[in-house]
Design a protein. Structure first.
Lengths: 111, 114
């Protein structure tokens, strides 16, 4: 069973700080990884995707991928209370048509 | 362009009742998925479809059935509802297979089985 593992949290950071979210995956054939944000009672919303080793930056968000260590992370700079949500890490299976989701990390940003 | 739509938003079922959760997408996506999300948990794949007439089981298919007669629609059928099926159900679609493809989610259906 291919898995994506995340620390469930909650992770609590003060407003303006950097929030660091991590996940590991077991499918060495996975090439694409995603971070989804899910507000309570809402559907997941894609915020970052990453396909290559290294960093990918988009505004306040930076995704990092290390395929050798099977590790994916998301950094949120200048965290805002509106960033408070559950963040789901996901990996696309080797065949490219099934996405495996982690259980999510709950983030709280304190004003 | 409505994206992925789901109906109903919320439903209460009695044990043993049946119902169909509707999902439709207007993006001409080939791939469609049904997930369930239990409280505090991630998304578990129930069934998926790679095109009209083709469906396959995911991680947790027991107690559910699907059909895909058109590209647009992918209904999920619960035949004999059980309390263990209390969950939030999300439908999603993906344009095609491939490493750069991402999934688009519907708003979800909250189901309570009593």
């Amino acid at each position: 069973q291919k898995e994506v593992e995340q620390n469930s949290g909650p992770l609590s950071v003060p407003e303006g700080a950097i929030a660091s979210l991590n996940c590991t995956y077991s499918d060495r054939g996975s090439q694409s990884f995603f971070w989804y944000r899910q507000y309570s009672g809402k559907s997941p919303e894609l915020i970052m995707s990453i396909y290559s080793n290294g960093d990918k930056e988009d505004g306040r968000f930076t995704a990092q991928l290390n395929k050798a260590s099977q590790y994916v992370s998301l950094l949120i700079r200048d965290s805002q209370p509106s960033d408070s949500a559950t963040y789901l890490c996901a990996g696309l299976n080797t065949g490219g048509f099934k996405t495996i989701f982690g259980a999510g990390t709950r983030l709280f940003v304190k004003a | 362009n409505a994206g992925v739509t789901q109906t109903p938003k919320f439903r209460i079922l009695k044990i043993g009742q049946s119902m169909t959760l509707q999902c439709a997408q207007d993006m001409n996506h080939n791939y469609m998925y049904w997930y369930r999300q239990d409280p505090g948990m991630g998304l578990k794949l129930i069934y998926y479809s790679v095109g009209a007439g083709i469906t396959d089981k995911g991680e947790v298919p027991n107690g559910y059935n699907v059909s895909r007669s058109t590209t647009e629609d992918f209904p999920l059928r619960l035949e004999l509802a059980a309390p263990s099926q209390t969950s939030v159900y999300f439908c999603a679609s993906q344009r095609d297979r491939g490493s750069v493809e991402t999934q688009y989610f519907g708003p979800g259906t909250r189901l309570l089985v009593l």
